[in-house]
Design a protein around this ligand. Structure first.
Ligand code: G1P
Length: 292
């Protein structure tokens, strides 16, 4: 029986330059999809998977995230006075308990691998999950829960994967594939952002990981890879051949909310699913599509 996964790391130190000027004074993880910031979707997904400790790797200018996961007494008092109990629920019911959230800062923007390494002392010697809030996944059960259900049999390291068009491999960590068994794929190699001509497959890593703590030793070597950054993918590649390492084809629709087009698509898709907005948006979109 693999050791349980109780902790999750949320790297939220990125600058969000693709969304300037919106992200000049606001963390990109606080951009809303309909009425909820991206980071809240990721935390709720972790909660739904049974995660008990939430570790944010932040940076300068990210205090809005800490405030979001805290009580807001003034707002709650004001809403109570106005008898808006529905809204008190909207700001409170998903809050982790005191002591369940920890923050550490990535002092230099040295890459995703470095961000995860910054959480090493808070993780200690146990398996953990990593969730990238940019990758928003609409799935039931939520994708991390799907992964943890399989992890319970397989153990080891596991990454969420999906096929991408070959022209897009240079945006992803890409797998070299061994044996395949339905939704589970044996990982025999991993390359960060390969050119399409040399990509070992089109099966690509999406921002959900279940990792063993051995990864920290590799991250600690501080090897700079693609883009001059310390890449998580490179450290993961060094784990292959040790503990089992699998790709997991999650069931669900993924939106790349690190790109403007993915962000807009997510807003439309989530608004269509929204109980009050869906029926208002549908005729508007129909109308619009007639004139496209
Ligand atoms: C990161 C990882 C990459 C992964 C991707 C998923 O890249 O480095 O391996 O495929 O997330 O979204 P980034 O999007 O931060 O450039």
């Amino acid at each position: 029986m693999p050791r349980p996964v109780r902790k999750a790391v949320f790297p939220v130190g990125g600058l969000g330059t693709r969304f300037l000027p919106a992200t000049k004074s606001m963390p990109k993880e606080m951009l809303p999809i309909v009425d909820k910031p991206l980071i809240q979707y990721a935390v709720e997904e972790a909660q739904a998977a049974g995660i008990e400790q939430f570790i944010f790797v932040t940076g300068r200018g990210k205090t809005a995230i800490e405030d979001h996961f805290d009580n807001s007494f003034e707002l709650a008092d004001m809403l109570r006075a106005r008898k808006r109990h529905d809204l008190i629920d909207a700001i409170n019911h998903w809050l982790p308990e005191a002591g369940q959230v920890a923050y550490t800062r990535q002092q230099d923007p040295l890459g995703l691998g470095h961000a995860v390494w910054c959480a090493r002392n808070l993780i200690g010697d146990e398996p953990f999950a990593v969730l990238l809030a940019d990758d928003l996944i609409l799935g039931e059960p939520p994708s991390l829960k799907q992964m943890l259900d399989r992890y319970a049999d397989l153990g080891g390291n596991m990454v969420a994967v999906m096929d991408v068009p070959r022209t897009e491999t240079r945006n992803y960590g890409v797998l070299k594939i061994g044996r395949e068994d339905g939704e589970v794929v044996e990982v025999t190699g991993l390359v960060e952002k390969p050119d399409p001509e040399v990509a070992p497959s089109t099966l690509s890593v999406i921002g959900r990981y279940i990792l063993q703590p051995e990864v920290f030793a590799h991250l600690g070597q501080g090897h700079f890879g693609t883009g001059g950054e310390i890449q998580l993918t490179d450290a993961l590649a060094k784990l292959i051949g040790g503990a089992p390492f699998h790709g997991f084809r999650f069931r669900g629709r993924r939106f790349d909310c690190g790109s403007k087009i993915g962000f807009i698509e997510a807003n439309i898709a989530f608004a269509l699913e929204h109980e009050a907005l869906g029926e208002k948006l549908r005729p508007y979109l129909r109308d619009l599509s007639r004139n496209l």
